[in-house]
Write a protein that binds this ligand. Structure first.
Ligand SMILES: Nc1ncnc2c1ncn2[C@@H]1O[C@H](COP(=O)(O)OP(=O)(O)OP(=O)(O)O)[C@@H](O)[C@H]1O
Ligand SMILES: [Mg+2]
Length: 507
């Protein structure tokens, strides 16, 4: 951080935010009730809760929502700090599993929906501590007065903690945004309330599906029914295609991209297909799915990469996994409901999106005609992209079977070869490639495009020979070649190379 010049008291005024104005402004971060509840569950997950119980209680304008968890809870001092807007600086390094960043979510999510936020929490071995923000009271007093008790008549809504050794309850009352001043017998308002609860359930099933699917899963209970996960990728379906996974190393951390093409509807059970459509339907749910620490931030979006959502691309869904150390690169906001990729990754993401869309269109148009299923584990890259000090460079993958095999030949050869590889790597004409691909995105040839089949068979045979000499079986070599870029697109030529090898052996 840049050093700040020492100032004397004459040099400055203290301009504290006005409590009444500021607390009302904190309501306007743009949450809806689904994203607001998800933000509270983030906190429960960060506190290592195993269960989260949500209660929505209809009583007209006195309706309330409570969310209780069995996480680590807070001491009284921690609770007071947690209730403070800006309880922790976004610049502080966080535990890798922490879903928080800004020190705001508990307050901004809650105020977006209600005028009274009460939190009761118990840390192991401590008494239950209670604090409350009452927006009307802050408005009246124009001071940040955090009340030390629940509102009159609300204690009964916080009793759930009594039998628990640790945990937290967040209680929303005066939910003006969801119920306004509706009367208890207002049927339409009650129906709206129930519909909203269903929307919340679907949203949580999607956003937290990875936590709900774990071997020892998080359980989210909504008015006593357990939320079932919604997984966007249908990875267990035979007809789902996993395209090659790609890894990008940014500042020493990995970003992993895994594209999927989901099955044509004729290839799966109609109920499964209907459920896989998602809350907003197939068309809206195409694109990238960005996960931050396993938590879904974006559920189908082309991330401003100049692609439109189109019917024929609806089967394309691309999973992106980022750690929380990339928050500022990806412009993660307080609501955790959006992300924008950094400029350095846009070209690669555009390339991956383009390829996935193309495959998805083939499946959409050809009614699911079988295209060889590629499993990422058996896929071999020749090039790896790395980023150091904000600069991108490319390395040949030393674990690629061919590179590995050649490098394990004699020492003399290895030294020469290593020098050659480094030379190739250091002289990749990146600026030229970038310039050409931005100016003429469709004018670059694909690997071995227009090359005579015989030449390609010759190269495949060389790789095959190397693999066999290094102890691979015929079957293993075949599998390896079928997953090796760019041979995976030439299954027929791999078969020819194998046949020729076997004929030679038989002679
Ligand atoms: N359910 C909970 N259990 C235990 N501690 C909690 C719980 N909810 C909030 N806290 C504590 O309160 C702090 C403030 O939460 P808040 O959601 O306002 O900010 P954050 O999670 O740190 O960041 P973000 O603004 O990104 O959500 C958390 O950092 C955590 O220490
Ligand atoms: Mg939070």
């Amino acid at each position: 951080m840049p050093s700040v010049k020492r100032q004397t008291q004459e040099d400055y005024d203290i301009a504290e935010p006005r409590a009444s104005a500021m607390i009302e402004s904190l309501r306007a971060f743009g949450y809806n009730i689904q994203t607001a509840i998800a933000d509270l569950i983030d906190n429960s997950i960060s506190a290592e809760a195993k269960n989260v119980w949500l209660t929505f209680f209809w009583d007209g304008s006195d309706s309330y929502m409570s969310i209780r968890d069995d996480g680590r809870g807070m001491t009284e001092e921690e609770l007071v700090n947690a209730m403070r807007p800006g309880s922790q600086s976004p610049l502080e390094q966080r535990n890798p599993n922490d879903l928080g960043r800004f020190g705001l979510g508990l307050k901004t999510a809650s105020f977006s929906q209600c005028r009274r936020l009460t939190v009761a929490s118990r840390h192991k071995g401590c008494e239950v501590a209670i604090r409350r923000w009452d927006l009307d009271y802050v408005n009246q007093t124009d001071q940040w007065r955090l009340l030390r008790s629940a509102a009159k008549g609300s204690d009964g809504r916080l009793t759930g903690l009594k039998e628990m050794a640790k945990g937290t309850i967040v209680l929303w009352e005066c939910m003006d945004r969801m119920v306004g001043d509706a009367r208890t017998d207002d049927r339409r308002a009650q129906e709206h309330f129930l519909d909203t609860v269903e929307k919340i359930e679907n949203h949580l099933a999607m956003v937290f599906h990875r936590f709900l699917e774990k071997r020892s899963p998080l359980k989210i209970w909504l008015n006593d029914s357990c939320v079932e996960p919604w997984n966007p990728f249908l990875a267990d379906e035979k007809a789902t295609q996993m395209l090659p996974e790609e890894k990008f190393c940014v500042g020493g951390e990995n970003l992993i991209v895994q594209p999927y093409v989901l099955p044509h509807h004729s290839k799966i059970d109609s109920n499964k297909y209907a459920r896989a459509a998602g809350i907003k339907g197939w068309n809206a749910h195409q694109g990238f799915y960005v996960y931050r620490n396993e938590r879904l931030l974006v559920a189908g979006d082309w991330l401003g990469l100049e692609f439109k959502k189109e019917e024929h691309c609806k089967l394309a869904r691309i999973q992106v996994d980022l750690p929380n150390s990339m928050d500022s690169d990806w412009n993660i906001d307080v609501k955790k409901s959006g992300a924008r990729p950094p400029a350095s990754l846009k070209a690669d993401l555009r390339r991956i999106a383009g390829l996935t869309r193309k495959k998805a269109t083939e499946i959409y148009r050809h009614r699911g005609k079988a295209i060889a299923r590629q499993v990422s584990a058996s896929y071999s890259y020749l090039w790896e992209q790395k980023v150091k000090h904000g600069k991108t460079f490319y390395r040949l993958n030393r674990k690629h079977p061919l590179v590995e095999a050649v490098l394990s030949e004699g020492e003399n050869l290895t030294l020469k070869l290593k020098a050659l590889l480094r030379l190739v790597e250091e002289t990749v004409p990146v600026p030229l490639i970038t310039l050409n691909s931005t100016e003429h995105p469709y004018s670059q040839t694909q690997p071995f495009e227009g090359v005579h089949a015989e030449e390609l068979i010759g190269i495949i045979s060389e790789v095959l020979d190397t693999l066999l000499k290094n102890g691979w079986t015929i079957e293993e070599s075949k599998g390896c070649l079928s997953g090796m870029e760019p041979f995976q697109k030439h299954e027929d030529l791999i078969v020819v190379a194998l046949e020729r090898y076997q004929n030679q052996e038989d002679r």
